[in-house]
Design a protein around this ligand. Structure first.
Ligand code: NAD
Length: 542
């Protein structure tokens, strides 16, 4: 080769509006009709072969128990073993591909998603995970496109980082994909997370075993088919929707297990880490463990806060996608003077949010993901309603008759340690504590100490000194810190995402920091005139 190629400079994918009369709206509605009426029969995919194990699970839309979207076939230990063997085989050839060919596969996938695949992935996400058109667009379309375009750019930048060379020597670093396979385990709430957990290690040459969430198999399958159409060779990513414990036990006991790329709850990540610890002597390499997990994300307002901006941030930050974003605001600390000004409007705006089927574009919120989530979230609401420490001041109603619907709910927590101020509820519940105006500094300390998590957080203040103080005191309370903005909606390349403490390893999805975790550098020193004499000059006779 006589050229060093550079991947195209990435630009964030524009978010389409889906306003009435637009072409994208018509295309999306057609895709919704198509996916609603087809009976998907989603296989396990190993080496490009579609395997139907016969152990099937029905896919129902969370917002409509009557709407069956098809079935998916469950992988067990046997399929996991086959998939790992196949991935290791496929990786050998894939890792030897020139970087630009691997990058081109993912850049093409981004282009296809930007055009012909956009409505399909959005519709699958809307129906299978109960998202509005807008929430799907920023996830299943724009964020995946951004992960792939920016990911290729970040990898390119990493590859160009080379050591200095002394006289007569040429030092180089080769960025090898991890030896073995990467195990990608993705959550239900973002289609883009599955695409990134599996796609980013694959882009830099790793082989990947991808186990999607049982609630995101439909959109995960579409993501796989998109990559296949873009030219991803069979086996580089094997798609194994399956029994999480069986697949994980096989993957993590395997000597070639080289890395875990996980997003999900803190408890599951901790259990996987424990398993890795127990198995550590079995592995050929020390596995890379990357996990982004739970959050108890905060908004803290200063008496100088802009009232309208704060109110809007609370409503959007807490209730979009039913609060099922790891970054969703779920506790707020508001001074009495501000609370007097915004309380009634906040309650009215929250109670006015439209809720229902995502195929009806007038709805702002849809259903929560499943029965387990519904029971857990409504349990918090019921306990708050019955508690003398808390009061439900907006929402609080729920029904599982047609789908798993919970009204956006605001709890006024008189006790700052009430469970709704501390636990990750992962639903449309915002818990607010009102503090005396003169207790700003103490309140910041409370924000810092109340939760084990440290994912996202926001400060609202027009007073720069107060912003400064929050910035300092909350340094370790959030991996993504927002000033006068809601704590959700991180954009790849702009706000690299991740938190520390119990929220994860903070390897920042959508950044160079994440990409480098899937690479194992080899340093090469070449000497042009090697020494030919063992003795050093200082040893010579005087
Ligand atoms: P989850 O932990 O229930 O599931 C995540 C994945 O782990 C799924 O693929 C699931 O099948 C698998 N899993 C579950 N139990 C397992 C076990 N015992 N062994 C092996 N694998 C197992 O999480 P979820 O409900 O899908 O997603 C919501 C959670 O994810 C929330 O806690 C949320 O905060 C977190 N999340 C974090 C981020 C982030 O970037 N920090 C992003 C999205 C979601």
């Amino acid at each position: 080769m006589s050229a060093r190629f550079r991947v195209p400079a990435p630009v964030n994918e524009p978010v389409l509006s889906y306003a009435p009369g637009t072409q994208e709206r018509d295309e999306l509605k057609a895709a919704l009709r198509r996916i609603s009426s087809q009976d998907a029969d989603i296989p396990v995919i190993i080496g490009g072969e579609e395997i139907r194990t016969g152990k099937t699970h029905a896919i129902h839309a969370p917002h409509d128990h009557e709407l069956s979207l098809g079935v998916w076939h469950e992988a067990g230990a046997e399929e996991a073993r086959r998939a790992i063997a196949n991935t290791l085989e496929a990786r050998r050839d894939w890792a030897s591909w020139p970087w630009e060919d691997r990058a081109a596969v993912f850049l093409k996938a981004a282009e296809l998603l930007s055009t012909t695949w956009r409505s399909t992935l959005n519709a699958a996400t809307m129906l299978g995970q109960s998202k509005t058109a807008f929430q799907s667009e920023i996830d299943a379309a724009c964020e995946i496109i951004d992960f792939y375009r920016f990911g290729a750019h970040f990898a390119d930048q990493i590859f160009s980082q080379q050591p200095v060379s002394d006289k007569g020597i040429w030092n180089r670093i080769e960025y090898r994909p991890l030896e073995g396979f990467v195990y990608a385990v993705s959550p239900f709430n973002f289609t883009a997370i599955g695409a990134n957990l599996a796609g980013t290690p694959a882009m830099v040459g790793c082989g990947v075993l991808w186990k999607p969430s049982k609630h995101a198999v439909l959109s995960g399958y579409c993501t796989y088919k998109l990559l296949e159409e873009a030219g991803l060779p069979p086996g580089v990513i094997n798609f194994v929707p399956g029994n999480p414990v069986e697949v994980t036990n096989v993957a993590m006991a395997h000597p070639d297990f080289a890395g875990l790329h996980f997003t999900g709850s803190t408890g599951v990540f901790q259990s996987l880490w424990t398993t890795v610890g127990k198995n550590i002597a079995r592995y050929r390499s020390y596995p890379r463990l990357v996990g982004e997990t739970g959050g108890k994300d905060f908004i803290v307002a200063h008496p100088s806060a802009d009232r309208a901006a704060l109110r809007t941030a609370i409503v959007r930050g807490s209730f979009e996608y039913q609060g099922q974003k790891c970054s969703a605001a779920s506790r707020a600390y508001i001074p009495q003077s501000v609370w007097r000004d915004i309380r009634d409007d906040l309650v009215e705006e929250t109670n006015g949010l439209s809720m229902g089927d995502p195929a009806d574009f007038r709805n702002f919120v849809n259903a929560v993901i499943d029965r387990g989530a519904f029971d857990s979230i409504t349990g918090y609401i019921d306990r708050a309603a019955a508690s003398t420490d808390a009061e439900v001041i907006a929402g609080g109603e729920y029904s599982d008759r047609d789908g798993f619907f919970i009204r956006p709910t605001i709890v006024h927590a008189k006790n700052p340690d009430h469970e709704t101020m501390c636990d990750e509820i992962f639903g449309p519940v915002m818990s607010i504590h009102v503090y005396p105006d003169n207790a700003w500094s103490e309140t910041l300390d409370m924000v810092d100490a109340t939760s084990p998590y440290a994912l996202t957080g926001a400060v609202f203040s027009q007073d720069r000194a107060a912003v400064r103080e929050a910035f300092e005191r909350l340094r370790n309370a959030a991996g993504n810190f927002y000033i006068n903005d809601k704590p959700t909606g991180a954009v790849v390349g702009q706000q690299p995402f991740g938190g520390a403490r119990a929220s994860g390893t903070n390897d920042k999805a959508g950044s160079q920091f994440n990409v480098i975790r899937w690479l194992s550098p080899r340093t090469i020193k070449e000497t042009f005139s090697p020494p030919t004499n063992v003795e050093y000059p200082f040893m010579a006779a005087e």
